[in-house]
Design a protein around this ligand. Structure first.
Ligand code: ZN
Length: 247
């Protein structure tokens, strides 16, 4: 049994029993965890306004084995600029959902927490919400270790030329024409999209904000990031299905 103070982003919140609330948190030191806030549904609860989805909070936890109880919570950022804007809200909720699906407890997530925090900060001030969320997906895939190298052929390591015929394969490889296997081809990746993927991975949001994408580029990019996320989840679900039930 121990007491801990952690920073956390609130991914999800739902009622538990008559008075309590159960929240899903992502923290730098504990990864994704589930915690209970006792009495949080009472009208004069100290938690009111602090424990809302999307908030970044400083939380005190009482930890008893695998069970976490929130004893105190102070919202550090409530992301008002996101809540006041429908498009930003939709994108932020999508982001939280992706985090929930791709993360686990007992992992240290300092870099991932920082990525979530800076992405929400960016969503608070940008009008380019799709670009921001697509950049987030690319950066997240890199953190999860499943982002291909967008600058080279996965097989022969050759750097892309503008004239290359780049293909995406079933297993997630991005290959040149010579290295591709005909029956495994999933899609053609235009050179501009491969280049874009590379820059979204490498650059900060400050630089990315200056990018202007056409609708077709946005759609191509979205197809690509969704393909990799889907691939990752399929693999994870299969592995975890065998090893242990998902929390
Ligand atoms: Zn090749």
């Amino acid at each position: 049994m121990r007491n801990l103070t952690v920073d956390a982003v609130i991914l999800k919140k739902h009622p538990r029993g008559e008075h309590d609330v159960s929240v899903t948190l992502y923290t730098p030191t504990l990864g994704r965890i589930q915690a209970t806030a006792k009495g949080a549904r009472k009208i004069h609860s100290n938690f009111t306004g602090h424990l809302d989805t999307l908030n970044i909070c400083r939380i005190q936890l009482y930890c008893n084995g695998p069970h976490f109880t929130i004893t105190q919570c102070q919202a550090v950022n409530t992301h008002k600029e996101i809540r006041d804007d429908l498009e930003r809200s939709v994108m932020a909720l999508l982001l939280l959902e992706i985090v929930q699906k791709t993360t686990y407890s007992t992992e240290t997530g300092t870099r991932l927490f920082e990525l979530i925090r800076t992405t929400l900060e960016q969503l608070s001030k940008t009008t380019k919400t799709t670009l921001t969320v697509e950049s987030f997906k690319i950066k997240l895939l890199a953190e999860l270790g499943v982002l291909p190298d967008f600058a080279h052929c996965t097989v022969c390591q050759r750097k892309w030329l503008e004239t290359d015929h780049i293909t995406l394969e079933e297993g997630g490889q991005i290959t040149c024409y010579d290295c591709s296997t005909a029956h495994k081809q999933v899609a053609i990746v235009p050179f501009t999209i491969a280049k874009l993927g590379y820059h979204l991975h490498q650059q900060t949001y400050e630089t990315i904000e200056k990018f202007a994408l056409t609708l077709s580029e946005e759609n191509h990019l979205k197809k690509l990031t969704d393909f990799f996320l889907h691939n990752f989840l399929e693999r994870e679900i299969n592995t975890h299905h065998i090893l242990a039930p998902r929390a």
